[in-house]
Design a protein around this ligand. Structure first.
Ligand SMILES: Nc1ncnc2c1ncn2[C@@H]1O[C@H](COP(=O)(O)OP(=O)(O)O)[C@@H](O)[C@H]1O
Ligand SMILES: [Mg+2]
Length: 157
């Protein structure tokens, strides 16, 4: 686990962008944190890092559940905020996006109710002040441990 301190929206976006540059097909990025924590902003950075057109506006897919953006790899941006039960999650049929040809980023991943793959890379965002956030980075599995090592190197240089 590592902890990242963000002192501006730009920094949170830059963290997402660095992850997007390192991401591979099939990667699963989970985001947790209250409304306004910065999950969507992070996904905007992820989109940038995946080469999605910078003019594309990334917003929470709260009502549509999933947005697809085309970049170097497709980005599947999922928001589980309104998903209230394991049955509701199962009925979405998201499997093809989770282990697919692209990168899946899931806001409110805790609403996956234990039905999500065990291996994923989680970013837990916490509000600590109007412009500051702490972001806990939790990799599960070898693939994501390596990704976090590369991410740490990229952020240091
Ligand atoms: N350090 C920071 N990191 C992320 N967002 C920040 C930060 N400081 C202020 N903000 C603001 O917090 C809001 C985060 O919104 P958003 O990304 O939509 O959150 P969420 O998707 O978690 O509900 C934005 O208005 C952003 O400008
Ligand atoms: Mg959001």
């Amino acid at each position: 686990m590592s902890l990242y301190h963000s002192t501006s929206p730009e920094q949170t976006r830059a963290l997402g962008e660095a992850v997007g540059r390192l991401a591979d097909a099939g990667d699963l990025i989970a985001l947790t944190g209250e409304i306004g924590a910065g999950k969507t902003l992070f996904v905007g950075g992820l989109a940038r890092g995946l080469g999605v057109d910078p003019a594309t506006y990334v917003s929470s897919p709260t009502f549509t559940i999933m947005h697809r953006y085309g970049g170097r790899l497709p980005l599947y941006h999922i928001d589980l905020y309104r998903i209230e039960t394991p049955e509701a999650f199962a009925s979405l049929g998201l499997d093809e996006y989770l282990a697919g040809d692209g990168v899946a980023a899931i806001e409110w991943a805790e609403h996956g109710w234990g039905c999500l793959p065990k291996e994923m890379l989680t970013f837990r965002l916490r509000y600590t002040g109007s412009d500051t956030r702490t972001i806990e980075i939790v990799p599960e599995g070898d693939r994501y441990m390596r990704l976090v090592q590369a991410l740490t190197r990229d952020l240091l240089v």
